[in-house]
Design a protein around this ligand. Sequence first.
Ligand code: FAD
Length: 581
Amino acid sequence: METPANIRQNGANSAGGGRGGTPEENGSRGGFAAWDRTRMLQAMSREPLDLVIIGGGITGAGIALDAAARGLRTALVEMQDFAAGTSSRSTKLIHGGLRYLKQLEFGVVAEVGRERAVVYENGPHVTIPEKMLLPFYRGGSLGPVTTSLGLMLYDRLAGVKRDERRVMLSAEETLKREPLLKREGLRGGGLYVEYRTDDARLTLEVLKRAVEFGALAANYAAAESLLYLSGRVAGAVVRDRITGERYEVRARHVVNAAGPWVDTIREMDKSKEGKTLRLTKGVHIVFDGERFPLRQSIYFDTPDGRMVFAIPRDGKTYVGTTDTDYRGDTARPVMDRDDLDYLLNAANFIFPSLKLTSRDVESSWAGLRPLIRQEGKSPSEVSRRDEIFVSASGLISIAGGKLTGYRKMAEKVVNLVGMKRKADGLPAQPPSRTRNLPISGGDVGGGLGFGDFVRRMLPVGTAAGLSEDESSRILRRYGSNSRRLFQLAAESRDFAERHGLPAALAAQLLYAMEAEMAVKPEDFWIRRTGMLYFDRPQVVKWKEAVSSAMAERLGWSETQRKEYDRELDRFLEEAVNPAMP
Ligand code: FAD
């Protein structure tokens, strides 16, 4: 195998040996700071590994956690920021899969329903139960009987707790819950339980836990080509997109969890054959809560017979999604004029009194569904199931799936790795441990629940000089990691003052850099806080101060700072101005 001179290499393939144990037993210091990137990449290229994962979305993060918790020496490389692909661009629901019921995929409904409960138990700070209202109208695709039976079946299949099961409402009760709904033709509604999440934060919390278990992970690290040993895939050449340095990362097994890029990696492996991906774009638009004061999450029929969500969140309301075939830049899907018109039309159809226009749109995002191609089906009809492909060289690719099923998908992939290891004569690996393993920030103590944890911890935040509201927001975003944020708020007054930042924002920024590998302003505003989508005016207000604080802490050059600021401005611009279709 040829090795260019500027590529750092790791050792030969490891025979591997499960370390098992807790993060503490493994001696991991859990360093996941922006300044740990080079150390991480060097360690990947120095140590012989069991597994390298390409892709730091929820799928790759889940696999990293499952593998590291079983003791496999694991590395993950992400060519953008973690979750910058589809995993920060979803509808942000951990759902039981009602749409699968419409497609009669009962097995999927049951599996995602069970998994939803697990995701909630392990990360109550990133999963919030949310009642969803399904209104039905005269002449619509759903009626009281079909909705009632459908939701009942859904509750049963998804194993929903008795007190959370569906409730059927009259037209009057439906309007009471959501007065903005169109009155004409309304026959009633069904109320059922869903869970709201922050997809990017979920991905980060999973990955942080994996790192605590000893996994090595770096963002802005692209797998440029694959390495082979006697015809078998044996690692990847990884380029650090910040420094330009290349690393040779060798591993016994390579997992391709590249989401919309799964086929690109299969092309590198010369194994893109048989089933391929079909990318469909889904767009969401965001309104301020004053302009669109939605009280209740709604899942409604559109004029063209699809279904769209309208969801209130943190003083904003978001509406989505579209579902159209996509052939543009995979790294940069954006809302275009047709997407905007479609969503405005759908929202005005069901909330006619609002008369929303494009001027009311405060932000937007667009994501690509990496679906498995099924000939003759429209985008909305294509199955959302995940599928694993193993190529002749041994490359394991995983495609499709949902946020909700990430843990189960990961378990399947690592079980497959275990079978391959066994076939190679290596010791059996332990079973998956993730079912009852809190993700980072999820150690909030059992018993009385997350609400009680927040109440108990509020005084710690106020003692650090934050208001109750700021403390509560931090607790709800960071769960058990909030202790560190409160500490940072108390310790970094000088830093906050020097850059003119409010203490709560400064603490989050410092935490993002020291514990969540935030490298650029966009990482902080989009994936560490979600503020570019849900509080764009605040981003505009504080972007200079954040950029100056990051430049100081991370030692950026003037050119770097200018480039990163420009990138953020482009995101801010694209979020409100539709591209030409
Ligand atoms: P991604 O998140 O795209 O991650 C793949 C990563 O691989 C990317 O970050 C990419 O940069 C990286 N990568 C690619 N090539 C390389 C390389 N050469 N080297 C290094 N890294 C590389 N699911 C739900 O459960 N609930 C929902 O509400 C929901 N809503 C959705 C709404 C929309 C509009 C869309 C598009 C999807 C939705 N989904 C939802 C599905 C869910 O978001 C996806 O299934 C999931 O995020 C896919 O994650 P992933 O890790 O496979 O892909």
